[in-house]
Design a protein around this ligand. Structure first.
Ligand SMILES: Cc1cc2nc3c(=O)[nH]c(=O)nc-3n(C[C@H](O)[C@H](O)[C@H](O)COP(=O)(O)O)c2cc1C
Length: 149
């Protein structure tokens, strides 16, 4: 089983969580490649069984900009991701109306491509408490590891 963590992050928060998720997965026996979506030209989704997607929310509920460009390209190809498993996480701030909406958008899009969502999305409120966020991310990742390993 091959696992990819693909993330888009403008100020480093989602990138930090991608790294934490990678480490927690490793400790649970799941090795994952980690890739910044800004460097994902030519990414072959076909190489992976599990796709863990991280994306922050900007500008009234929009995808982080690098992820937005990536999705434009991907939607042109309209890939068939049948048989792939995915889960989405992302950072946002809860005082915005569209708190972590990127997570919902990407869950819909990857389901449209035929991939199977194996766990509900993780929405990380970076205006909230770091310790609480980290323990939620830890629990989320442990649960995910059980499903994808
Ligand atoms: C101009 C601006 C717009 C934002 N819009 C949203 C939003 O609509 N929804 C949300 O949940 N967070 C929003 N945020 C908060 C960011 O998503 C949050 O700071 C997040 O931690 C950034 O993660 P990143 O460093 O991985 O990009 C916004 C922040 C800024 C500065």
């Amino acid at each position: 089983m091959k696992t990819l963590i693909l993330f888009g992050s403008s100020t480093g928060n989602t990138s930090d969580y991608a790294q934490k998720i990678k480490e927690t997965l490793y400790d649970a026996g799941v090795e994952a490649d980690m890739l910044d979506v800004a460097e994902a030209d030519g990414l072959e989704y076909g190489d992976y069984d599990n796709i863990i997607i991280g994306c922050s929310t900007w500008d009234d509920g929009a995808l982080q900009s690098d992820f937005d460009f990536h999705m434009e390209d991907l939607e042109e190809d309209s890939p068939n991701l049948n048989g792939k498993r995915f889960a989405v996480f992302g950072c946002g701030e809860s005082y915005y109306d569209n708190f972590c909406r990127a997570v919902d958008i990407l869950e819909d899009k990857f389901a449209d491509f035929g991939a199977e969502k194996v766990q509900d999305g993780l929405k990380i409120d970076t205006s909230g408490d770091d310790t609480e966020n980290e323990s939620s991310a830890f629990a989320w990742t442990k649960g995910l590891a059980e499903v994808i390993k």
